[in-house]
Ligand binder design. Structure first.
Ligand SMILES: [Zn+2]
Length: 408
């Protein structure tokens, strides 16, 4: 089986870790910031040297394509080059650099493909500078409205549209990923969790992205003086909310071992140490691949009492997403390539969101995970040994070649 060059891949990872280097092992490479633009320019320069044709769409998404031998739609490998504040050197960028290494391997071996094959970069995946996350894959696939997104402002008041216009990366809308010109999309990504490493597996064959629900709870009581209000007559919203949180945890824990849920935000009003809280808001995020399990979560929420300790309890769904299933031929190609390369693998769903989840259902797609050391991500400790990065790149290369033979 054809293999990528590990030394060359290591050089790529090291080289791109310069852009936005924080000096602590991590990077800050916010979307369309100076370091992000430098990384984009470096990628384009390397793709041009390989003889690839470069296009950008009206959102600054980059498409670098190597010609195929037949008049067929392209298969692209991609991810993102932006990071969160003080993020790591693997999230997103590894998917782009392994894609580049795959193309470089094909070029070095004079190996033609029937389909045009290429590398792509999505703009503003993290949503760390311009909200929301996965903004441009969301626009391209019809999940978000472009005009609204163009007005999304960073903390300094700069709109996404302004930053994009200044970047010189905005191209033509016709160049957007679309089902006519593209036969497939493959995304390699770090797992961002500890499962693969714990189970000693080299590759995650990603079946899809888990569905989730996000609720906000409001518990309303009465504010009063901390010193003069008798304990027995109090309607303390925080006390009531604590009971609701414990009840939710106890009930949800029983549903399924693979269900993950988080009550991650708690706002107490007025949040003054001498005042009984009159309002508490908290969120619940719950994720699982089975819609039936998510329905059970919603049932638990619906069955909560509307009154606890003299306080009212309301639950409101903020948003939800259905489980996304990747295309079978792509999932099969990733599994078969792992098998043939002798890589141990685990079939799994992604708990985190990725651009591929929006691409699914629009252009056939699949994902490959590589292990994250200690599960760390979005921090300088984010790390995947180069051997495991290389395994992932080899799986992507061979999955791509298999799809190239099969797909029309
Ligand atoms: Zn990512």
């Amino acid at each position: 089986m054809i293999k990528i060059n590990k030394t060359r891949l290591r050089e790529k990872v090291r080289s791109f870790s310069r852009f936005g280097d924080n000096g602590n092992g991590g990077i800050t490479r916010l979307s369309l910031s100076e370091p992000a633009l430098q990384a984009r320019k470096e990628l384009i320069c390397r793709c041009r040297k390989l003889g690839m044709e470069i296009k950008t769409d009206d959102l600054g998404d980059i498409y670098a394509i190597r010609k195929g031998t037949e008049d067929l739609p392209a298969i692209v490998m991609g991810s993102h080059l932006d990071s969160v504040v003080n993020g790591g050197n693997y999230d997103g960028v590894l998917g782009v650099l392994t894609g580049l290494e795959v193309i470089e391997t094909l070029c070095a071996g004079n190996r033609p493909t029937r389909h045009p094959v290429g590398v792509m970069v999505w703009t503003n995946e993290e949503g760390a500078r311009f909200d929301p996350a996965m903004m441009c894959s969301g626009i391209v696939t019809g999940h978000f409205d472009k005009d609204t997104m163009m007005h999304s402002k960073d903390p300094e008041g700069v709109c996404f549209g302004e930053a994009l216009a200044e970047s010189d990366f905005a191209g033509s809308r016709e160049n957007r990923l679309n089902p006519r010109d593209y036969a497939g999309y493959l995304e390699l990504h770090i797992e961002q969790g500890p499962v693969l490493e714990t189970m000693k597996k080299e590759i995650g064959v990603v079946s899809g992205v888990v569905g989730m629900v996000n609720y906000e709870f409001t518990v309303t009581g009465v504010s009063d003086h901390a010193g003069t209000t008798p304990q027995k007559t109090r309607r303390d919203a925080l006390y009531a909310a604590s009971g609701v949180i414990v009840k939710l945890w106890d009930e949800l824990e029983k549903i399924d071992d693979e269900l993950v849920f988080t009550m991650g935000r708690l706002n107490v009003h007025p949040n003054v140490h001498t005042v009984i809280p009159d309002e508490v808001r908290f969120t619940l995020d719950a994720r699982h691949q089975s819609p039936g399990i998510i329905r059970k979560v919603v049932e638990v929420i619906k069955n909560l009492p509307h009154e606890v300790k003299g306080c009212s309890v309301e639950a409101k769904e903020l948003w939800a997403r259905d489980t996304v299933e990747f295309d079978k031929p792509f999932v099969d190609a990733v599994r078969d390539a792992s098998d043939e390369l002798g890589c141990s693998y685990l079939e799994m769903y992604s708990g985190a969101g990725h651009d591929a989840q929006y691409v699914a259902g629009y252009v056939p797609c699949g994902m490959i995970f590589v292990p994250s050391h200690n599960g760390h991500s979005h921090c300088p400790e984010e790390y995947t040994p180069i051997e495991l990065c290389a395994n992932g790149a080899n799986v992507m290369l061979n999955a791509l070649l298999a799809l190239d033979v099969k797909k029309s």
